[in-house]
Design a protein around this ligand. Structure first.
Ligand code: DHB
Length: 394
């Protein structure tokens, strides 16, 4: 089988690549080891920047039947920063004239998957042994299908959109990896309960970070900082609620509406960037090239922003038969990646407890000083609002 671009990875980044290239008249084959059902049922982040929403609404993902992200999603004009037992509203609308949308990544996947299926896209999920060959000359991708039969697809370019445990990125010869590890992780739950607050609550407490997010009127998403080695099975519903309640408790009497815990897991937590993002006829996009800690929900937004630039540059590079034009993708994407790396790192260290750090309580008290200056300063709050709602992509 021959196609123009093989996309390794059929998550949101891979599907959007395939969708945008299709609109430019370029055929793709999308391969993913996971099944559609596995992807649809793995809970990920839930916040879209306005640019990400526009990518869905302005590139023909939806047809006649309405724009699901706008009808099913919830617009949020700000967030609450909670510390010292009180909540402080950061009003993005007032500060930067922008808002974000609460719309789960699983829904973004479903929308893109529907659009590709509607447009006759060649999507091959549930395949095994995906291997990429000869990216320096004429790329080939081999795999076996669900019946165990071997297949080969040749292409002009391979896009590695295979996520945070990418195999494609290992094919970039002479790469450099920049990483930051954190001494904590997130415990994430999905629960059946009404909303506890009108917008998301990012909490710094003496027991560590907690985030109160949402999904629907009757299902909520919440997270709390935990030990990376924590075993989700050791946590009963009661223990989870005690921990969450004690982290958000305060003089204003705020408390969470409780309900049955439907899903619980410990999320990985690190900062990572690999360069270069291109090697010969292979280009990386999304988590394959960079991972951010979840605080601030930048991961999906960054991946979609990568793909917007990549599709535009790739279309030009293929038309002019000049693969060196792909270097423009690297320059444009990486500028935004490092802004988001800083933002995610900053929001993480602003709100998490660093267990056992030397220097007494210096960091704890410094953190409160930073939070107080942030919420009392127009300039400080504006930086938070700009970063959270996202920077324009050149
Ligand atoms: C969600 C996740 C995040 O990491 C975040 O910063 C905000 C929201 C979420 O899953 O809803």
């Amino acid at each position: 089988h021959r196609t123009r671009v093989v996309v390794v990875g059929g998550g949101p980044a891979g599907l959007l690549t395939s969708h945008l290239l299709h609109r430019a008249g370029i055929d793709t084959v999308v391969l993913d080891r996971r099944t559609v059902h596995e992807i649809e049922t793995t809970h990920r982040a839930g916040i879209l920047e306005p640019d990400s929403v526009r990518l869905l609404t302005e590139t023909g993902v939806y047809d006649g039947g309405g724009q699901r992200v706008l009808t099913e999603g919830d617009r949020h004009g700000g967030i609450f920063l909670r510390f010292g037992g009180r909540s402080h509203h950061v009003d993005f609308e007032r500060l930067v004239g922008a808002s974000v949308w609460l719309y789960p990544q699983t829904e973004v996947f479903t929308d893109l998957h529907r659009a590709r299926t509607r447009d006759g896209g060649d999507l091959r999920y549930g395949v095994a042994d995906v291997q990429v060959h000869d990216v320096e000359t004429s790329p080939r991708v081999t795999y076996t299908d669900a019946d165990g039969s071997p297949h080969e697809v040749t292409a002009e370019v391979v896009v590695g959109a295979d996520g945070s445990r990418s195999a494609c990125r290992n094919l970039v010869a002479g790469n450099t990896r920049y990483t930051r590890e954190y001494p904590f992780a997130w415990f994430g739950i999905l629960c059946e309960a009404p909303k506890s607050a009108p917008e998301l609550v990012y909490t710094r407490s003496d027991r560590g970070f907690a985030l109160i997010s949402q999904r629907t009127d009757s299902v909520q998403r919440m997270y709390f900082q935990c030990d990376p080695a924590e075993n989700p099975d050791d946590w009963s519903d009661d223990r989870i609620w005690d921990e969450l309640q004690s982290r958000v408790a305060g003089e204003d009497g705020f408390s969470l509406a409780e309900g049955p815990v439907l899903d619980r897991s410990v999320l990985p937590f690190r900062s990572f960037v690999q360069t270069p993002v291109r090697h010969g006829r292979l280009v990386l996009a999304g988590d394959a090239a960079h991972t951010v800690p979840p605080t601030g929900a930048k991961g999906l937004n960054l991946a979609l922003a990568d793909v917007r630039v990549l599709a535009e540059v790739l279309e030009r590079a293929l038309r002019k038969e000049d693969l060196d034009l792909l270097d423009e993708y690297a320059d444009r994407a990486l500028a935004r990646v490092w802004k988001a790396q800083h933002f995610s790192y900053w929001l993480t260290t602003l709100l998490h407890r660093a267990p056992g750090a030397p220097g007494g309580d210096f960091d704890e008290l410094r953190q409160l000083g930073e939070l107080n200056s942030l919420v009392s300063s127009e300039a400080g709050s504006t930086y938070l609002a700009e970063g959270y709602t996202g920077w324009p992509t050149r």
